[in-house]
Ligand binder design. Structure first.
Ligand code: GAP
Length: 441
């Protein structure tokens, strides 16, 4: 292993261990040995996750031309025939005859040797493996009751195109946004939250007049890249990657990924696709229901084209987690700090009494009670104040408010900035205003 990949592995190990220790992410069903490809979000994780999803939701729906939707996970099985997932949503798979390890053929080393047991040329013929999870509705488990756990949230949006358009009195161009779980029975899960079997997506389908798709595609591509940057993701670790003709999904005319440079290399966090009229046309064909939209202004009927922005919420979460992680060499110690953008940090502010006497805890509690009406605040009076700062650095808390002896004289507190570690003094009546300014809420 090269020096760089050893270093990268170490960083990933540190992030995963911090994620567990501080309650961002736990392995699912850990006490039973874990369930591969499934994770649970702990107290800090669920706050960070919700903040990311809320920011995405607001960025999409606080505009006049995008409506929200929350469609069900189980849908009519014909949906997945129409969408092409029953036929095309497969990975080629082989088994090692010697040790029975299973691989996607595109992940096999060029040497042709099994990465697990080293056996040479021991693989079975490649066969197609459909990634959709199947289950049954009702008590009878036969082919007539098969349904699938959705592998993408997008189809629920297409099925509701006319419902939303009519109910919200929208006109093309407009979009529908949705956040929700998706499931894929990945052959090999890997790299922590990067490729899991259960994950969340934040998808928006923007319906446009054919011919206007290319300019809307450009617009959304830029908007989506900017969203990651606005939430503090390092710009030099973000890039576009265009899909070549042989990489395009069965529904796409043009596709760009937004990639993030993880410690293990560049990986897609979001796909922006021009899906043309493929999906609506397929649903028209399979359901027998007309999917043509009447454009009053143009006085014509057409099936709209779709520009899709499809972000992995869980993968974005992981990118934000990795991007925030930093170790800084201070004079006497190494400081681990999660530099989350203040808008997504799980805890908004921590409040400490410097010592547990002279009325400081009482004053600190009063401040906590006041701030808690608006913010997620953490009270901590355990141990030396320096250690309390470190604990909040690891949680990514942008501001720590300390009540000291001067507070009791002049009602001022110190506010310490997580990144610069600098402290300023502010009158207690101005704390909420200070936080509001910095946190944008
Ligand atoms: N509706 C289009 C669609 O689903 P995709 O490129 O297959 O497109 C979109 O997936 C995003 O969903 C990806 O960019 C990724 O962030 C996330 N994603 C896909 N498979 C995933 C998996 N197994 N685990 C975690 N995230 C996944």
């Amino acid at each position: 292993m090269s020096k760089e990949s050893k270093e990268a592995k170490k960083v990933m190990e540190k992030v995963v261990s911090l994620a567990k220790r501080r309650g961002f992410v736990f392995q699912s069903s850990e006490i039973y040995g874990g369930l591969n490809g499934c994770y649970d979000y702990g107290p800090l994780g669920v706050e960070l996750f919700n903040n990311i999803k809320n920011h995405w939701w607001r960025s999409m729906t606080l505009r006049e031309d995008v409506e929200g939707l929350d469609a069900s996970i189980l849908m009519h099985p014909r949906v997945w025939e129409a969408s092409g997932h029953v036929e095309h949503f497969t990975d080629p798979m082989v088994d090692c005859k010697q040790c029975r390890a299973r691989y996607r053929t595109d992940e096999l080393p060029e040497s042709g040797a099994c990465p697990n047991c080293g056996g040479k040329e021991t693989f079975t013929e490649a066969r197609k493996f459909n990634l959709m999870f199947r289950t049954f509705v009702g008590p009878v488990e036969d082919s007539s009751s098969v349904v699938y756990l959705r592998p993408e949230t997008a189809q629920g949006i297409y099925l509701n195109f006319f419902n939303v358009q009519t109910a919200a009195r929208q006109k093309v161009p407009f979009g529908i946004a949705q956040i929700g779980k998706a499931f894929r029975n990945e052959i090999n899960t890997k790299n922590f939250l990067f490729r899991t079997r259960e994950f969340e997506q934040m998808e928006m389908q923007f319906f446009v007049k054919p011919g206007e798709d290319d300019s809307w595609f450009e617009y959304w591509k830029e908007q989506r890249m900017q969203w990651f940057k606005d939430l503090g993701m390092s710009p030099d670790k973000l890039r576009f990657n265009e899909h070549g003709p042989d990489e395009l999904a069965h529904y796409a005319k043009t596709a760009f990924d937004i990639q993030y440079e993880f410690p293990f290399g560049w990986g897609e966090i979001e796909g922006i696709h021009n899906r043309t009229d493929y999906d609506l046309k397929q649903h028209e064909k399979f359901s027998g229901k007309a999917m043509k939209y009447f454009d009053q202004e143009a006085n014509e009927k057409y099936i709209p084209y779709v520009v899709e922005t499809s972000a992995g919420a869980s993968r974005s979460f992981m990118a934000f987690l990795v991007d925030a992680f930093a170790e800084e060499q201070l004079e006497k110690e190494t400081r681990t700090v999660m530099r989350f953008h203040p808008h997504i940090a799980p805890i908004n502010a921590a409040v400490f009494p410097l010592v547990n006497r002279d009325g400081m805890p009482e004053k600190a509690r009063t401040i906590v009670n006041d701030l808690q009406k608006r913010y997620r605040v953490f009270y901590d009076d355990k141990g030396a104040v320096g250690r309390r700062y470190r604990r909040q650095d690891e949680a990514g808390t942008p501001f720590c408010i300390t009540i000291d002896s001067q507070t009791l004289d002049d009602q001022s507190v110190t506010i310490r900035d997580r990144d610069s570690m600098e402290q300023i003094r502010v009158t207690d009546t101005r704390i909420a205003e200070y936080l509001s300014d910095k946190l944008g809420m």
